[in-house]
Design a protein around this ligand. Structure first.
Ligand code: SF4
Length: 445
């Protein structure tokens, strides 16, 4: 059951209030390079990105926003640090939202107040009817306000003069508790500023590179406010590390109904973030968009090159938005069962495979036609616009080069070596010393 939050809009995308959890990403191009930024955003749109953020470090970048906005089809969010003038230019350029951290905005030149700087941006956003993300990061709170409660390790001098070191796990727990509370207090203070200015079209993020800190902060904030939440783990890491950290953090929150939009942040091409985000949402039954892909890890029973075929099929289905299930299985042990559950399933056999369609046997195909045949059948159950992306035409896909296959056979030399090895006395390893289970009267005991 999702937590009820107030609903806002970022361009034409609704966030919170029961709207589908929106998937977003951020470009890696220099924003001032309009063509490169637009091309990357188009690639993101193709794989299902619903909101896109661009960094705006300088005025030249801010001035490029209008040209980018005019050439893309999803809402554009300007990411601003420090300089309020950049936010004001971004708003003039027609962005759909600005992301700011009120705590790192330059102070107003006349009054010396951060609130006054924030107020200028809020008033411009309100006039333009655009959204804002108030982003609080653990890094900025940590750097600014590290106090004695957040020491990494405590030491105490015992009476005998020796040092007693605190339990590091307990220290980390205390540090998380302190840091997350400070993040939430800051976020609530900024929300109070916005509400006080009669502005409610904003969401909040409470990011940390530490998954447990981030989870704790979002939970505390969600208990105290109905402002919609953007979930993210900052500096999450490369493809595998980042995907795991985001999955763990988001799953803990989303399963509790917390979170209205997500960004899986990866040190990778941003297009790679989107499938991970949808996989998390599909796994929790929160979004159904795109292909649920089932493939076996393969093992010593494998009859086909599952690794190559599965990766290739998944890659070619990346742009599909219709919810379907596709399976690629390596042999007859689990293959037929999983393949039958899928809309289209391939189960490997010796030099051939069986294709199932919605649980029914469809046909047997030779190994060299696996990719062509599977994609042809997937295309047949998709709407025409998506079918063209998956299967451009007969023979145009080319075969997937098989790595490990049964059909090619085991090379003769290897086969001989195997035969010799099997005939050799079994000297590998030390014989197990079996302890008799009886009373010790067995022969040889
Ligand atoms: S389906 Fe067959 S090849 Fe794949 S993991 Fe299971 S037993 Fe191994």
């Amino acid at each position: 059951m999702r937590k009820k939050t107030r609903q806002i809009h970022v361009g034409n995308v609704l966030i919170g209030g029961g709207a589908p959890i929106a998937v977003q990403s951020m470009t890696t191009m220099y924003t001032r390079d309009v063509d490169a930024s637009v091309a990357q955003i188009h690639r993101l749109e193709d794989v299902g990105c619903e909101l896109v953020r661009v960094a705006v470090p300088e005025k030249t970048d801010a001035l490029a926003l209008g040209a980018i906005k005019r050439q893309i089809h999803i809402p554009l969010i300007a990411d601003i640090h420090y300089d309020p003038e950049l936010a004001l230019i971004a708003i003039e350029q027609g962005v759909d939202a600005v992301r700011i951290n009120p705590g790192n905005l330059l102070r107003d030149k006349t009054t010396g107040s951060q609130y006054d700087t924030f107020k200028r941006i809020v008033e411009a956003a309100k006039a333009a009817d655009i959204a804002m993300r108030i982003g609080v990061n653990s890094g900025s709170i940590d750097a600014l306000e590290r106090g004695p409660e957040m020491r990494k390790v405590s030491m105490r001098m015992r009476d005998d003069g020796t040092l007693e070191r605190s339990d590091p796990a307990e220290e980390r727990r205390r540090e998380r508790e302190e840091l997350s509370s400070r993040m939430v207090a800051k976020a609530l203070e900024y929300c109070g500023w916005a509400d006080g200015l009669g502005y409610q079209n904003y969401k909040v993020s409470l990011k940390s590179s530490n998954v447990l800190t981030m989870v704790e902060a979002y939970r505390k904030f969600a208990a105290a406010s109905d402002v919609p939440l953007h979930l993210g783990v900052t500096e999450a890491g490369t493809l595998v590390t980042g995907a795991v950290k985001s999955s763990v953090g988001f799953a803990l929150l989303l399963a509790d109904g917390i979170g209205d939009t997500i960004r899986v942040s990866l040190t990778a091409e941003p297009e790679e973030e989107i499938p991970v985000a949808y996989e998390i949402l599909r796994s929790l039954d929160l979004r159904q968009r795109g292909v649920t892909f089932v493939s076996c890890p393969s093992c010593g029973r494998v009859e086909i090159d599952v690794l190559t075929i599965a990766n290739e099929v998944e890659r070619r289905l990346a742009k599909v938005q219709t919810p379907i299930q596709v399976a690629v299985m390596g042999c007859v042990v689990n293959g037929p069962g999983e393949s039958k559950d899928a809309d289209i399933g391939l189960s490997g056999g010796r030099g051939k495979g069986v294709i199932y369609k919605k649980g029914q046997f469809l046909k047997t195909v030779p190994e060299e036609d696996f990719l062509d045949e599977v994609l042809k059948e997937v295309a047949a159950i998709l709407p025409e616009s998506e079918a063209k992306l998956v299967y451009p035409g007969e023979g145009e896909l080319g075969p997937v080069s098989a790595g490990r296959t049964r059909k090619a056979g085991i090379p003769a030399k290897t086969a001989e070596a195997i035969a010799t090895a099997s005939a050799a006395p079994k000297t590998r390893g030390k014989p197990l010393n079996i302890i008799p289970s009886g009373d010790g009267n067995e022969p040889g005991a």
